[in-house]
Design a protein around this ligand. Structure first.
Ligand code: GTP
Ligand code: MG
Length: 292
């Protein structure tokens, strides 16, 4: 969209309104150049560890990893046609949640990372899923563009336990979103890291990381048109919001100008009536004085 009109109306808009329109426009213009993947989830669940392997950083320098709460801002890194975005842990505070939600609104696909060693979704995760639902125009879209990634599978002895937990989580999602069969994949970032460092293909295959990459690609191809439509409708609503704001502001200026005109007209008419009354009084006095 040609945005030169913003210059003309900038006196009527806030810096935030203008940034919103420009960002939404950039999203539409740049759509398809890269697939934006947001990594979300509760803190310490392995989001940054997963992103490091997705960008082939086996020294974990790109996205900071720690066993305490670490990521507090969103960070983007582009690699092989994808832009991976790390986010702060969900459900810690409103400010962090806002960073995550803003990031998700820009992303084409989300990876919801869950620590499967702790069982099904925790209370904090359920709360976050409910909050995301409230922040989404069409909540089913969130599920359709999200892959639920089970991390820390090495801490679970039995594969059946992973399937069991996955089924419980699907029930939890169904209860909140009414969606059956969301996408799930269990990965082991550290095994992929080791496989790459030691050139062991079996470890790479068993880590499921390549499958995850394919899932992301399939998902973004499948949802190409829907994602573009969402971005276009976000741009339209940003422009529509600005238009409503300008019209309201102009109407309120016009109404205050009309009030002033009415006040001036009243003043003029009172003044004219005073002048004629003074004139008539004076001329009558003049006639009296002169005994006319
Ligand atoms: N055993 C095991 N540990 C893991 C795995 N993935 C990550 N970790 C460890 O879990 C801890 C947290 O990992 P991070 O990647 O920093 O987690 P995060 O979700 O980014 O955490 P925040 O940035 O605090 O929200 C680190 O100590 C990691 O080494 C895994 O697959 N298995
Ligand atoms: Mg992190």
């Amino acid at each position: 969209m040609e945005l030169s009109f913003l210059e003309q109306f900038k006196a009527y808009l806030s810096a935030d309104d203008i940034t919103n329109i420009k960002n939404a426009n950039d999203e539409v213009i740049n759509f398809g150049k890269t697939i934006k993947v947001a990594c979300i989830g509760i803190y310490n669940n392995g989001k940054s560890s997963l992103l490091n392997v997705l960008v082939d950083d086996f020294e974990e320098k790109t996205f900071k990893v720690s066993d305490k709460r670490e990521t507090t801002t969103s960070k983007e890194v582009a690699k092989n046609g994808f832009t991976y975005i790390d986010t702060p842990g969900l459900n810690e505070n409103d400010q962090d949640d806002k960073v995550v939600f803003d990031t998700m609104h820009k992303s084409d696909c989300n990876l919801f990372v869950h620590n499967v060693a702790g069982g099904e979704f925790t209370e904090a995760e359920v709360k976050s899923l409910e909050k995301i639902k409230l922040n989404w125009n069409n909540p089913k879209d969130f599920i359709n563009q999200t892959v639920f990634v089970l991390s820390r599978i090495d801490e679970i002895g039995n594969e059946a336990d992973i399937t069991n937990t996955e089924n419980k989580m699907k029930e939890q999602i169904k209860k909140i979103y009414g969606v059956e069969n969301p996408m799930f994949i269990a990965v082991f970032s550290k095994r992929y890291q080791k496989g790459k460092i030691e050139s062991k293909q079996t470890l790479i295959d068993k880590s499921n990381i390549e499958n995850l990459k394919n899932e992301i690609k399939n998902l973004s191809t499948k949802r190409h048109n829907d994602i573009l439509k969402t971005k276009e409708s976000r741009l339209n609503s940003a422009v529509e919001n600005a238009r409503t704001k300008i019209v309201n502001l102009l109407n309120s200026k016009k109404s205050s100008r009309d009030t002033k005109v009415t006040q001036n007209n009243n003043y003029d008419s009172n003044l004219n009536s005073d002048i004629s009354s003074i004139r008539s009084t004076l001329s009558s006095k003049y006639r009296t004085l002169n005994n006319i």
